[in-house]
Design a protein around this ligand. Structure first.
Ligand code: NAP
Length: 249
């Protein structure tokens, strides 16, 4: 993988678990300087520890909390002067929820974290992004590309991320800041719906992939880091599916 990631400053939200943590570890191994953030202090500190501590930064940041965001971004910029890449990874993975059972609170929580959280972080960081080499990677899902029964609100948030990110790509492209999207399929993280629901649900997910297994957080991290790297320098507004071939079945 590209050596141009070395010493690049990368902000990750939702870095305290799953895909965000795996991406932080990969970037650390490649020599990036990380701003590791999550709303969960223990997860954030554990990722910081797994990445070897200094020179990285860690901070508690809830992407729905404007105060958290302005304080943390100010700390990050005062320490590293700029940001090269942002991985907007914080998100809520829900389990199956029929529309007859969902509440306004549930709708608001998914929208606030999965959509408005990405908007909040993007808006606060744009001015500090490195022009010419900078990029955003946002996280959609296969649920942002096709409907899934029992996941209407989650699908709405992940479809929204694709529209938002493609518009970011148009608007920020002329500044030399790229925006791309990863759309993971069934990834084995603690909050994946099937992992939460149990063995039967996991088997159904596995059976739906042509590779016959769930993906790992590291397999998503590999693509995220590629999208940040100079090898992806002509990619802007792309949506990369990482799903073991779900669409083929
Ligand atoms: P994960 O292991 O649960 O990690 C998500 C992290 O984000 C958690 O540490 C969580 O903290 C944090 N978070 C949640 N709300 C936050 C907020 N308001 N502010 C800051 N941090 C917040 O989940 P994951 O599977 O790695 O998911 C990462 C992203 O990938 C999400 O956007 C998810 O929708 C997407 N995705 C996942 C899959 C999959 O199969 N796993 C598939 C497609 C897309 P708490 O523990 O406190 O909630």
């Amino acid at each position: 993988m590209s050596s141009d990631i070395k010493r690049k400053v990368v902000l990750i939200t939702g870095a305290g678990s799953g895909i965000g943590r795996a991406t932080a570890i990969k970037l650390h191994v490649l020599g990036a300087i990380l701003a590791i953030t999550d709303r969960d202090i223990f997860g954030t500190q554990e990722t910081y520890r797994l990445c070897g501590g200094k020179p990285h930064y860690w901070g508690v940041l809830d992407v729905t909390n404007k105060d958290d965001i302005s304080i943390r971004i100010a700390e990050i910029v005062s320490r590293f002067e700029h940001i090269d890449h942002v991985f907007n990874c914080a998100g809520i993975n829900p389990t199956t929820y029929a529309l007859t059972d969902t509440s306004d609170e549930y709708f608001d929580s998914l929208m606030n974290v999965n959509v408005k959280g990405v908007y909040n972080i993007t808006k606060e960081t744009i001015l500090y992004m490195a022009k010419g080499v900078g990029s955003y990677v946002n996280v959609s899902s296969i649920c942002g590309l096709r409907p899934k029964n029992g996941f209407a609100i989650y699908c709405a948030t992940k479809y929204a991320i694709i529209g938002f990110s493609k518009s970011m790509a148009l608007e920020l492209g002329p500044m030399g800041i790229r925006t791309n999207v990863v759309a993971p399929g069934y990834i084995d993280t603690p909050t994946n719906a099937a992992v939460v629901e149990g063995q039967e649900a996991v088997k159904a997910m596995v059976d739906a992939t042509s590779l016959g297994r769930m993906g790992t957080a590291e397999e998503v991290a590999d693509v995220v880091v590629f999208l940040m790297s100079k090898e992806a320098r002509y990619m802007n507004g792309s949506v990369v599916e990482i799903d073991g071939g779900i669409k083929l079945i």
